[in-house]
Write a protein that binds this ligand. Structure first.
Ligand SMILES: [Zn+2]
Length: 131
C-alpha cells in the first residue's frame, strides 16, 4: 500500500473530536469513534439517507411504481409520493417497475442522495435522476 511509505509524516486526527491519534489506532482514545484504520467498522456503520421521490404526473392510468433494491426490500411509491431509506454505504441495484416497464440503475450510496422517478411523456420510458 502506498500509505506505508508516508506513514512517518502522517498524523491522524479523530474525525469526530479532533484528537491527535497514533497511526495504528482503530478507535479514538478520547471519544471512541472508529478511525479510518478501522475500515470494517466504518463500512458497516456508515449510513446514508436515500430519498426516492416520485414526481407527480397526471395520466389516465397511474399505478404505483414498485421499487426493489438488490432484489429485495420491495416498496411501492404512489404518484407524487416519496420513500425514505437508510442504507449502509455501498453499491446498490435499484429496480423500478410499473406494469411492463422497468428501469434498473446502479447507485453508489456514498452520501445522502435523492432519486427522482418520473415518466418521459414522449417515450413513455421510466426515468430516474440521481442527485
Ligand atoms: Zn475522538
Amino acid at each position: 500500500m502506498e500509505q506505508v511509505y508516508f506513514e512517518k509524516e502522517y498524523f491522524m486526527f479523530c474525525s469526530n473530536c479532533g484528537s491527535q491519534l497514533s497511526d495504528e489506532s482503530l478507535f479514538c482514545s478520547k471519544c471512541g469513534k472508529p478511525t479510518k484504520n478501522n475500515i470494517h467498522t466504518l463500512e458497516s456503520t456508515t449510513k446514508h439517507k436515500v430519498t426516492i421521490f416520485r414526481e407527480s404526473q397526471i395520466y389516465l392510468v397511474n399505478p404505483p411504481v414498485n421499487i426493489s433494491i438488490n432484489n429485495k426490500m420491495d416498496r411501492s411509491i404512489e404518484n407524487g409520493g416519496s420513500v425514505e431509506l437508510e442504507l449502509e454505504e455501498g453499491r446498490y441495484k435499484f429496480e423500478f417497475s410499473m406494469s411492463f416497464r422497468k428501469k434498473t440503475i446502479d447507485v453508489n450510496v456514498n452520501k445522502d442522495i435523492q432519486l427522482t422517478v418520473k415518466w418521459n411523456r414522449f417515450t413513455g420510458a421510466l426515468v430516474v435522476d440521481v442527485s
